[in-house]
Design a protein. Structure first.
Length: 166
């Protein structure tokens, strides 16, 4: 049994159209002329996978984000296969109730426990999440703060996290 199915239709040279099971299309182009290249799509997937959970956890903690952005920056191995060796996740979060402690907790839980894309990648990928918190309506500014990450685990105890938020 397959959990996920996508189809890639070749459009010539280095261009493809990805089609998921419900028919949503993604333009893919290794030359970046008419779509994102595969490595960019991987970064987008990593950022989206982690971010969905961060936003959900902040809401559960009763400190919801009013606006949320994540910028992904990655380094790749210099020769083929040019796999990702490191990635910075730069979270910018707006919300008057968002605190550094809650945001760090949400990022840590998201990546360590729930981010399926991250857990599908190479074990030696060095992920470096950082964040900034902004008042609602303010411009993004200031230095990013580093989130110290423990090694990923499936055994993370979330009961203390949600008790503290309540």
């Amino acid at each position: 049994m397959n959990d996920l199915t996508v189809k890639l239709n070749w459009n010539g040279w280095s261009r493809f159209t990805g089609v998921n099971a419900v028919g949503v299309e993604t333009a893919i182009d290794a030359d970046n002329q008419s779509g994102a290249n595969p490595a960019e799509l991987l970064l987008e997937a990593l950022g989206a996978s982690a971010s969905v959970v961060v936003i959900s956890i902040l809401k559960e903690m009763r400190t919801p984000a009013a606006k949320f952005e994540v910028t992904m920056k990655a380094d790749r191995y210099r020769t083929d296969p040019s796999y990702l060796t490191g990635a910075r996740m730069l979270f910018d979060v707006w919300g008057d109730c968002v605190t550094p402690d809650n945001l760090v907790r949400a990022i840590t839980i998201s990546i360590s426990k729930y981010c399926g894309v991250y857990h599908s990648l190479r074990d030696d990928l060095r992920l470096r999440p950082q964040f900034r918190i902004h008042a609602t309506g303010a411009e993004a500014s200031g230095d990013y703060q580093v989130v110290e990450m423990a090694p990923p685990t499936i055994e993370l105890d979330l009961s203390a996290v949600f008790r503290k938020a309540a």
